[in-house]
Each structure stands twice: as C-alpha cells, then as structure tokens.
Design a protein around this ligand. Sequence first.
Ligand SMILES: *Cc1c(COP(=O)(O)O)cnc(C)c1O
Length: 464
Amino acid sequence: MKVAEIREDRSSLLASVQQHASRWFDALEKRPVWAMASGDELRRMLGGALPEKGEAPEKIIEALASAGTKGTVASAGPRYFGFVTGGSYPVALAADWLVSAWDQNGAIYVLSPLVSVVEQITGAWLREIAGLPATMSFGFVTGGYMANFTSLAAARHHVLQNAGWDVEANGLFGAPPVDVIVSEESHYTVPMALRLLGLGANRVRRIPTDNQGRMRADALAAALRGGKGPCIVCAQAGNVNTGAFDPLEELAELTKERGAWLHVDGAFGLWAAASPKHAALIRGIEKVDSVASDAHKWINVPYDCGIMFCAHETSHRSAMALAAAYIVTTEGERDPRDFVPELSRRGRAIPAYAAVRAFGRQGFAELIERNCRQARRFAEALRDAGYEVLNDVVLNQVLVSFGTSEQTQRTIAAIQEDATCWCGGTVWKGRTAMRISVSNWSTTDEDVEQSIEAMIRAAGKHVQ
Ligand SMILES: *Cc1c(COP(=O)(O)O)cnc(C)c1O
C-alpha cells in the first residue's frame, strides 16, 4: 500500500463518484422503478473469490456503480409508493457525503464537538416542528425501530424506578411486574422492541381498534381501571396501513390518571404536526411521555436517521448512559451517547440539519400538504374508476381493493411489472389491499397522474 499515492488519488476518486451519482440521478425519474437485475445476476457482477491482492479503487467504484444502476430500487424516486420511504432531499444527501468525508465519531463531545452541537440544534428544531415541549430530551438513532426501543427503555426505567426497582442494575429478575398495553394495530417494531427489553412480545394486553385502526379510548379506559403499579401504554400516530391516529388527547388523560407511561410511535405521522391543516390529527402529542419517529421517511433525509423524544430526561439518561473510566464528559456540553443505545456512531443528525434549514417550517408544511393532497387524488381517481378505497384518507396512506383478493393480488403484480410506479400489498381487516404511501419530496402531480393511469391500465387487464 502506497500511502502517498492513495492520498493523491483521493480527489479524483471522489469526483468519479460524483459523476456516477449524477448519472444515477439523471436516470431516476425515467427508469423502471423496481430493480433490473436478479440476486443471481448481482452475485455474478459483484461476487467471486476473496481478492488476494488489493484492486484499483476506480475499478471497484465502477463495479459498484454498474451494479447500482441495475440492482437498486428507485425508492428515492418520485413514483415509488411502497412501504413509507420518503426520498433524499438533495441538500440532505450532500450533507450526508460530508458526514462520510469527515468520519466523525458522534459518541461524545470530545470526539466531535461538531456532531454534538449539530445534534443539539437539529433535535430542538425537529422537536419544535413536531409541536413538542422544549423540555423534552431527544436522541438520534438508526430508525423508528430503535426509536421505539430507546423510548421504551426510558419507560421501563421510569415505571420500575417509581416502584422502587433499579432495572438497570438488577434486570427484570424479581422485579415488580410491568403491565404493558399495546394497540392491536401497533407497528410490529413495538413488540420487537419489547422483546429486546425483556418485557416480552406476547406478554402484553392488546387494545382493540376502530375501523380505521385507531385505539379505542373506552377499551383502554376499561383496561386501565383499578390498575396499580408499573404500566406502559403504546399508542401510535400514523397507522402504516390507513395513516390513522390514535386519540392521543384522551389516551394521555387516561394514562395520566393511572400513572402509566404513554409512548407514541409516530414514525411518519408525527410530522402531520408540521402542517396547520393536519395538526389536529395529532392533538395531545405534547402531553405524552415519549415519541418515536423517523427522519429518513417524511423528513426526506438519507437512511440511518431516526429520532426519539422523551418527557423525562433523567429517566431517559438513566436508561442509556453508563460511566466508563475512559469516557470524558464535558461540562455543559452534550454527549450524544447519553441518549442512545450506541457508542461509536455516525453524525446522523447532520443531513437532517441540512433538510430542516432547506425546507424551513413552511417548506415542511407544504411538503406534508402536497403529499396528502396527492394521496387524496389517488383515492378519488381510483374510486372514480370503480375501485374501492378501504380507508378514510386522512394523511398520506391509501388502501385500494381491486375486487377479490385474487384480483387485487394480480393487479398489484401487474402494476409492479409495468414498473411505472411501485406499490405493495397488505391485508386490512381481513381484506387484501394495495397500499399507496406518498412521502417523497420529488413526487409531482404529473407523477401521480402517470401512476394512476398505470394502475387503472393494470387493473383493467385483471379485473372484469
Ligand atoms: C417505518 C415504521 C417503523 C420502523 O421504522 P424503521 O425506521 O424502519 O426502523 C415503526 N413504526 C412505524 C409506524 C413505521 O411506519
């Protein structure tokens, strides 16, 4: 390895990546939305024996770039409506490149004052956009799953501490039982987080929901009545199928009376708060104990950015921070690792910082409103074409049935094959449906019309 040479080539290597990326973006709006190569083809392009000798960097980047044109999904593009993905706002991506270039360790202040300070600023801005109290602490994690995990770790500490039990020191062996209550519609990362926390994925009580998937407040009231001791309730803002919101205001009142912790999974729905037109959906969010969300969905930053907020900073820190002899703390400065289940970590708040500055409060309101309007347009056009919309379109999610379960499945497959756009399937209250999720900054009204045409075309072939 010739260090001097490698250093000298660094700039041209990065410049070549910029060109590859630009070409990839130029194709993004026109290419088929799903991948154009199979797993076997990609293994043929990229695999082989472990290299004995190092290879030339340009050759490696070219191999990746070439596989990237075929093996990637255009989920960052304007006509991808599968799952809830968002895209990458260009300035957020550009900031992400800086994060990689700088290679900062965002564990503690002394490792990178920049990461620490940007987290502090960005977390406070996002908290304000979400309409949360300025007293809430926050942590930047890899995604919504870990945001749920971190929030529920704080909850576990808090409710057991109140019962005189130190869960960090003693674990759950011999601990007072914790009454964990979830919605029957909780996202599956909630039970996954509970499982990691030793609270059990199945050892929970499930509260029934209404026809939109909202937790029924009367059923929660009944479940909480007369209860004593540690209790955690998991609600949600933004159902992955319908986009519906649990009645947070009422739930917060009930949990407060019971002395229970109220956690809300708002992976994408939290950002309804950014839009004056939609903020009513999430009324009461300022009264909850913890909130999990994602920036890599509707905030449109590249992957690896979730965020959680907590109303009890001491419990949050107690659940996460641990002293070690070589960890240096800095008086008056933020050590990011005190708020997350990680030590070495990337400066993942930096792309979000760039996105917040670029959109501003108004820009986010416009983005949310445009995507929601586009979701309503999908619903209206598909209804007019004779297909059934299964949910009240209150946010960015639309569920469509094209007839029988088989007709719907065949239509989804045909839409995916046509590749003008991409949507996945789901089952909603026993019915097979196609799920449309609109959350990308670059989706234009034209993209929506083009996608509607492709959907109706595909359905026409499969539904008589
Ligand atoms: C996406 C999502 C999650 C999981 O978030 P990741 O970022 O994929 O870890 C959790 N809850 C809801 C409601 C989601 O939409």
